[in-house]
Design a protein around this ligand. Structure first.
Ligand code: PLP
Length: 400
């Protein structure tokens, strides 16, 4: 018995040149060496599919199946995904104006689940059985969890200063994990060399077409949660930029489907750490491609990405939306994390806290005004990250 969804994927398109690539074939980068974007028959979706019926389905990103590339239900791997909540920072700001989308509630504790679930499902559908990837942390555990559940082998390599919890959770969920004495780019080169030798398929960020499709569901979900409208501005902690690119693609598809109440798109803001801000530097210089950042450092490991292969897609989305790119330093990130934890009861990850630090800086310099509705992405549970030492010693034998 075949269990296929009605699938609307028509082809893949080079993000730079637009050159067509055939659907339902194994692809890495485009012929031009750039990320591939999945394209659908949106007219057919529009005439056959009801947005509210989709939204009424069970919670989680698999509900968007008409807008996703997977054909066979047996390749869908579900681990209890949820629609992640929108939580207003209503103690610190006018209620409903500054809203956190808390992605830390997803399987494996980060939004990497969205992208990797789709990448893994498509790898399974296309007959791949061994996947490899370099990671700074959360992507590794998401790949490991989804691939193990589908019975696929995974090899993951991370810089040896990657937080122990990420290395441990990744290995415990089935991956073979290497700790390398080099940075993420060098790890990526090692994965590519193995892929060239035919040892595995390279699932690096944006080097295959489907992670973007998973991250796209953040934009679809956000629109539905806001009554098919979008906020005025979105602050996104930008490493490889998959989520920012994915959401911008989602908004384009929603407009073409006619599913938005108003076609007012948000300004997209790329947030980076001042110790690793290649996209901000390119934005400020007015160029479309970013040069790699030397000596990248920030404790927000998820955005410690010196070179992003989708740089032009990030910068195009930021500029086309009327947004901007902004860097914040580690001290501001730490202060933002503490402030939100103490005033709002939300334990953000450092990357999520960076978006709040950037929001405050943008309010200060007038790039965002108080009446505007801003959405900040918290991409992972704060529980996966080191916290300041705590606790006061209390001697019960001789209480003060
Ligand atoms: C991967 C990651 C990011 C960056 O996401 P991209 O979409 O690749 O830019 C930000 N924060 C956390 C916690 C991450 O794991």
């Amino acid at each position: 018995m075949t269990r296929t969804y009605h699938n609307f994927l028509t082809h893949l398109e080079c993000g730079l040149t637009g050159e067509r690539h055939e659907a339902r074939r194994i692809h890495g980068l485009s012929k031009a060496g750039k990320p591939l974007l999945a394209r659908y028959d949106l007219e057919a979706i529009k005439s056959s599919t009801d947005r509210d019926a989709i939204w009424a389905r069970d919670t989680g990103f698999w509900k968007w199946r008409e807008l996703l590339p997977v054909e066979d239900t047996r390749n869908v791997c579900a681990l209890g995904e949820v629609d992640t909540p929108l939580i207003g920072l209503n103690t610190l700001h006018s209620p409903g104006t500054v809203i956190v989308k808390d992605e830390g509630r997803l399987p494996t504790g980060s939004f990497k689940a969205r992208g990797l679930a789709l990448a893994v499902a498509m790898a399974k559908e296309l007959g791949l059985d061994h996947l490899a990837m370099p990671t700074n942390g959360n992507a590794g555990s998401a790949l490991s969890a989804y691939a193990s559940r589908l019975g696929m082998q995974t090899t993951i390599v991370c810089p040896d200063d990657t937080p122990a919890i990420n290395i441990e959770e990744t290995e415990l969920q089935g991956a073979k994990v290497y700790k390398a004495n080099g940075l993420i780019n060098a790890c990526g080169a090692w994965v590519k060399a193995g892929a060239d030798k035919g040892l595995w398929f390279d699932l690096s960020t944006l080097k295959e077409p489907y992670r973007i499709e998973g991250k796209k569901t953040m934009g679809l979900e956000l629109a539905a949660q806001m009554g098919w409208t979008l906020p005025d501005v979105i602050f996104y902690p930008t490493g490889g930029g998959t989520g920012l690119i994915g959401m911008w693609k989602a908004f384009d598809e929603l407009i073409k489907l006619g599913w938005l109440e108003k076609n007012d798109l948000p300004r997209m803001v790329a947030v980076q750490a001042s110790g690793c801000a290649p996209i901000v530097r390119a934005y400020d210089a007015g160029v479309r491609f970013a040069t790699p950042w030397e000596d990248a450092h920030t404790f927000a490991a998820g955005i410690r990405v010196p070179a992003a292969i989708g740089d032009f897609l990030i910068l195009d989305a930021v500029r086309d939306s009327g947004g901007f790119a902004i860097a914040v330093d580690d001290a501001a990130i730490e202060a933002a994390r503490k402030c939100i934890a103490q005033k709002e009861g939300l334990l953000l990850c450092p990357e999520g806290a960076a978006t709040y630090a950037a929001y405050l800086a943008a309010r200060e310099n007038g790039q965002v005004s108080s009446g505007e509705r801003a959405v900040l992405f918290n991409c992972a549970t704060g529980l996966k990250y080191p916290m300041p030492e705590a606790g006061i010693a209390l001697n019960l034998a001789n209480p003060a």
